[in-house]
Design a binder for this molecule. Structure first.
Ligand code: CTP
Ligand code: MG
Length: 173
């Protein structure tokens, strides 16, 4: 079990960091340029900004680079199996940010306002999409995916409450 926890979290860390950073950035320029879709609702909404998009990808990638530097040291511990490279961290960071945009696109199609709570979609959009993108180049252990699907909503929920407490977010979800 310990190997599943360690390896899956090591794998997903760039995606988590990419997803978290835009909240801190507090961007002002919507990436949909305030345009509406054919249904009359916003394409993505004010919660998805250009600043958030790029800062998320860059931050996730930087954390991944740090992981790559740490790997030779971490590799001494036998539980350590998964190794990042430049491609895995870029795919995970970009996948997380794009997955989050897709989630917002879906929410807007249901007429949901920016910030409206959408359980499962809010917590898993970035995770599922980043794993899908990564699986194009590597095969990911099934047990790691199951663990991440289970743990991510819990981590997401607690970190959002934390961000809300720090007044980084106006809603605790
Ligand atoms: N954010 C951003 N740019 C992104 C993603 C997120 O600026 N590409 C920032 C926004 O300030 C956003 C916050 O991070 O409000 C939290 O992100 P999220 O919960 O995904 O957005 P919501 O405001 O809840 O909007 P939505 O309903 O579209 O999910
Ligand atoms: Mg949200």
């Amino acid at each position: 079990m310990l190997d599943i926890i360690i390896n899956s979290l090591w794998l997903i860390l760039p995606a988590y960091c990419a997803n978290l950073f835009p909240v801190i950035m507090n961007g002002k320029h919507p990436i949909d340029f305030k345009k509406n879709f054919v249904d009359g609702y916003r394409l993505l909404g004010d919660g998805k900004t250009i600043e958030g998009f790029f800062s998320g990808i860059i931050f996730g990638t930087l954390v991944g680079i740090l992981q790559i530097y740490l790997q030779p040291f971490m590799g001494q511990f036998y539980v350590f199996q998964f190794q990042h490279n430049l491609l895995t961290i870029i795919l995970l960071s970009t996948g997380a940010i794009v997955g989050d945009l897709i989630g917002s696109f879906v929410k807007r199609r249901f007429g949901l306002e920016r910030g409206a709570p959408t359980p499962i979609l809010d917590q898993l959009d970035f995770l599922v999409f980043s794993l899908v993108v990564l699986s194009v180049i590597i095969s990911i252990e099934f047990s790691w995916v199951i663990f991440l699907l289970f743990i991510t909503p819990l981590i997401h929920y607690s970190s959002n409450i934390f961000a809300f407490t720090l007044k980084l977010k106006d809603k605790p979800w």
